[in-house]
Design a protein around this ligand. Structure first.
Ligand code: SAM
Length: 281
């Protein structure tokens, strides 16, 4: 089943948190001269037109990136993220385009770094390939992203980030991410793994937490922003990132940024945030 299209959701509050975490991890990786490997297991198309039929239909970006666009009081880390998006918008007066996770990474990769972008969807894959044909150190592949974790780790660089962002339209994805991390970790225990998850029903996202707790893997940080309290009604109330082997600054950076993001992205006052160790060092 491949009905999920990220263009309906691009730039929403979940993307904002996901892409800030991604950017902060990559900033940390680029502090060392030695190259690193970036694997995006579920890439989407990489670049989104916010005034397309899909985006306009849901207008989710209006409650995400659009709320940060004109502000002059952004924390420095959030400013750097907005600047990355501004680059795609020819300097930034008008918000027309949004970067997917592959384009956040591609803008930050240096010549010594290497990226693999994986996407399975028959329509999205050619769009992804087209969007990245100019990037010399990026390969685009049509495959199951979880398979590529097994197939390409450990990377020759012995440093890297694996970003896993499945659609969770199939409930198995909650277990498949845990399996993929366990397989990846066996091959590459020093790698950084970042998994995005939605909170639709809390029991489902807890499967990931429980699976990882049971795996024996240590150093697992959970970062979450909720726009509403948990509920058994339809719809996503929160989303987050689970990061294995996070850079040491990430916890403090997110504890500083999330109160700001919660206020600005959820002006209704129903929001909350958390940063917790699922398993400490
Ligand atoms: N990571 C992207 C971003 O932040 O811009 C968004 C990815 S979107 C949430 C999930 C994507 O995974 C969709 O484009 C979908 O077609 C793709 N997909 C679904 N199952 C997949 C699989 N097994 N392997 C690779 N891609 C898959």
């Amino acid at each position: 089943m491949l009905s999920y299209r990220h263009s309906f959701h691009a730039g929403n509050h979940a993307d904002v948190v996901k892409h800030i975490v991604e950017m902060l991890i990559i900033e940390n990786l680029t502090q060392k001269e030695k190259g690193f490997y970036y694997l995006d297991t579920h890439s989407g198309v990489g670049r989104y037109r916010l005034f397309s039929q899909e985006s306009e239909k849901t207008a989710e970006f209006e409650e995400g990136i659009a709320r940060l666009w004109q502000r002059d009081d952004l924390p420095e880390e959030v400013q750097r993220y907005v600047d990355l998006i501004k680059k795609l918008n020819y300097g930034g007066k008008e918000l027309r385009y949004y970067a997917g996770s592959p384009l956040i990474a591609a803008q930050m990769l240096r010549p010594q770094d290497r990226g693999l972008l994986v996407e399975l969807h028959p329509t999205d894959f050619p769009l992804l390939r087209n969007n990245f044909k100019e990037f010399k150190n990026i390969i685009v592949k049509r495959d199951d992203g979880f398979q590529q974790v097994k197939a390409t780790l450990p990377p020759k660089e012995r440093r890297g980030l694996v970003l896993m962002d499945p659609p969770y339209e199939m409930k198995e994805d909650y277990d498949l991410v845990v399996n993929a991390i366990v397989e990846g970790y066996k091959r590459f225990a020093t790698g950084i793994y970042a998994v995005w998850y939605p909170v639709v029903l809390r029991q489902q996202s807890k499967r990931i937490v429980k699976g990882l707790e049971a795996s024996g893997i240590r150093k697992i940080l959970q970062i979450e922003l909720a726009v509403r309290p948990d509920s058994d009604q339809r719809g996503m109330t929160a989303s987050g990132m689970i990061v294995i082997n996070p850079p040491w600054q990430l916890e403090a950076q997110m504890k500083k940024i999330l109160p700001y993001l919660t206020n600005v992205l959820v002006p209704e006052g129903t929001g909350s945030w958390s940063v917790n160790w699922i398993v400490p060092e």
